[in-house]
Design a protein. Structure first.
Length: 224
């Protein structure tokens, strides 16, 4: 019987964390998946349903605007943003993920590249009209999440929008009770994306259609 992909990803993550390398496991997982030795649990082969839902509701017009997709993986979310007209940059720390994105979308208008959220290029600072963060912060250990959240917020340009989609957990659920990855976000973590000039303007919490015991955040923020 094939091993549960969530178990495989957690084992790979644990080995990376034991080496004090909280992000190295992404490349290991994507590399193993490219060889058929693992499955990337969040690689859906389509854009995230909550991203599609947001686009249907907000009807964003990306003409003349820039977008950044954080932790783009194999590119499905980025392609959805490109279709809205944005000049879209999509990055992942895993070179194998980016190579797979190029392979999946050979004629894409998105700019796929390898980069590290915890040390992004300086010229990305407050540079994007739309920033999309789906399941990336929650894939990082809880101790690393505040730094990652700060980096995400500093990518949003004045007047820009940030969209965050993440698994949810209760604020009273202790950190040590979470066997990640993922490490779902509390409401307090969602609130921590706000800054004096970046405001939470819409928040929904809904059950996953796959597993109703899992709730998901969809949060939209706007920078002054």
């Amino acid at each position: 019987m094939a091993e549960d992909p969530d178990v495989v990803s957690r084992r790979i993550a644990r080995e990376s964390l034991d080496r004090d390398d909280p992000t190295g496991w992404f490349e290991q997982l994507y590399s193993a998946a490219s060889e058929g030795a693992a499955v990337v649990p969040w690689d859906r082969g389509t854009a995230h349903p909550l991203l599609i839902e947001w686009i249907d509701e907000a009807d964003p017009d990306g003409a003349g605007k820039t977008a950044l997709v954080v932790g783009a993986g194999t590119g499905w979310d980025a392609e959805q943003i490109v279709d809205c007209g944005y000049d879209t940059t999509a990055f992942d720390i895993s070179p194998t993920a980016i190579a797979t994105a190029h392979r999946n979308h050979p004629d894409s208008k998105a700019h796929y590249m390898t980069a590290d959220l915890l040390a992004p290029p300086a010229d990305w600072h407050r540079a994007f009209d739309l920033v999309v963060e789906i399941y990336t912060v929650q894939a990082l250990p809880i101790a690393v999440q505040p730094a990652a959240i700060t980096e995400v917020t500093e990518l949003v340009a004045p007047g820009g929008t940030l969209l965050v989609i993440a698994a949810a957990r209760a604020d009273d659920e202790p950190d040590e009770a979470i066997e990640g990855p993922p490490w779902p976000l509390t409401r307090a973590a969602i609130d921590s994306f706000t800054t004096p000039d970046l405001h939470l303007i819409q928040l929904t919490r809904s059950p996953s259609p796959v597993d109703p015991t899992i709730n998901r955040w969809r949060a939209e923020y706007l920078r002054d």
